[in-house]
Design a protein around this ligand. Structure first.
Ligand SMILES: Cc1cc2nc3c(=O)[nH]c(=O)nc-3n(C[C@H](O)[C@H](O)[C@H](O)COP(=O)(O)OP(=O)(O)OC[C@H]3O[C@@H](n4cnc5c(N)ncnc54)[C@H](O)[C@@H]3O)c2cc1C
Length: 305
């Protein structure tokens, strides 16, 4: 890593060298980052991006690490953890309310806080780990709803380090994909999102959140994981396909397909990315052979082997 680049970055805040990314992903897996910088404000986020791009250093923006599998060789270049946390609103906007939240804000925490305060529209998101930036990239959703239902606008950093605003129609948001994952916006960084909410009854909203919490608790395994590994194909849910090919509880190294939910893969302690990738390959090939269906990754696989 170039010293001049590191010095520029250190002027913005503390920098960690060779930081294990296993400390920053929900599944607890991932090799080291060449340099690791936690951006606590939009200025720091944009400054770190500008520094890396100016020095030709590859950049990876990490949210809460709840939808990534970082390979064991880690990520060369700079990893910016998005720890931005500014929230503006809710403020009246037409018939409803508007909230502008930094992309580093926890989606679940924001949804929970607003629901409990009597703003409706985000109850379904109260159990989705990850940041709002990650939610925009994946159009995160649950129980038949997704971010696009409440999204009004995103602000993002473009390839020239300028800030542009985009409407949801420009982001190609669909089931766990967007122009950020597959299209023209792949190197863009989401800075903030504007959400549209309505006024609701706090008691009703609290009851709804409790009900969804109970459903999630019953359905999802404890232990370290990255949520759903595969997207659900149109024909059948991924968990059902994986169950049908007898992989419930299957283990490779210290990675295991959950007994409770077969689209969740667990790190039993010290699992490597190669173990998880081998489990994913096994599930994919068995499902292909038996059903002729190709399982597509929901989790983003990044870094060096
Ligand atoms: C237990 C569990 C339950 C889950 N349940 C659900 C669920 O019900 N519904 C659902 O949709 N998902 C679910 N997920 C998956 C995950 O929470 C979501 O995909 C989440 O939106 C990812 O956000 P993140 O901040 O963790 O992203 P990360 O995992 O940190 O990053 C994922 C990708 O997004 C990119 N990215 C992150 N932030 C930005 C940004 N600001 N700008 C540009 N790119 C960015 C990263 O570079 C990376 O490529 C679950 C995960 C877990 C562990």
């Amino acid at each position: 890593m170039k010293e001049r680049f590191l010095a520029e970055l250190r002027a913005l805040g503390p920098v960690l060298v060779d930081e294990p990314l296993s400390r920053h992903t929900t599944i607890g897996i991932g090799g080291p980052a060449g340099a690791y910088f936690a951006a606590r404000s939009e200025e720091q986020l944009r400054g770190a991006l500008r520094a890396a791009r100016g020095h030709g250093v590859p950049v990876f923006v990490l949210g809460a690490g709840s939808n990534v599998l970082v390979r064991d060789g880690g990520i060369r270049g700079l990893v910016i953890e998005n720890a931005t946390d500014r929230v503006e609103g809710p403020e009246p906007n037409g018939a409803g309310f508007k909230v502008r939240a930094a992309s580093g804000v926890s989606f679940a925490a924001l949804a929970r806080r607003l629901s409990f305060a009597g703003y409706s529209g985000l109850e379904w998101a109260c159990g989705i780990p990850g940041t709002l930036g990650g939610a925009a990239v994946y159009n995160a959703g649950a129980y038949g709803r997704s971010l696009v239902d409440v999204l009004k606008r995103v602000r993002l950093v473009d390839a020239d380090n300028g800030v542009v605003e985009m409407r949801p129609e420009e982001l190609s948001l669909s089931y766990r994909t967007s122009a950020f994952t597959t299209g023209a916006l792949q190197d863009r960084v989401v800075l903030s999102v504007d959400l549209a909410l309505d006024k609701g009854d706090p008691n009703d909203l609290r009851a709804r959140v409790r009900e969804l919490d109970a459903r999630r608790l019953a359905a999802q395994p404890r232990g370290r994981n990255s949520g759903s590994m595969f997207r659900n194909p149109a024909e059948h849910p991924a968990w059902w396909l994986i169950d049908q090919v007898d992989l419930r509880g299957h283990r490779i190294g210290n990675a295991q397909i959950s007994h409770q939910h077969t689209n969740f893969f667990l790190n039993l302690g010290g699992a490597r990315a190669t173990d998880v990738l081998a489990l994913m390959d096994l599930a994919r090939s068995r499902v292909r052979e038996r059903f002729g269906i190709e399982l597509a990754n929901e989790v983003a696989t990044v870094g060096e082997p």
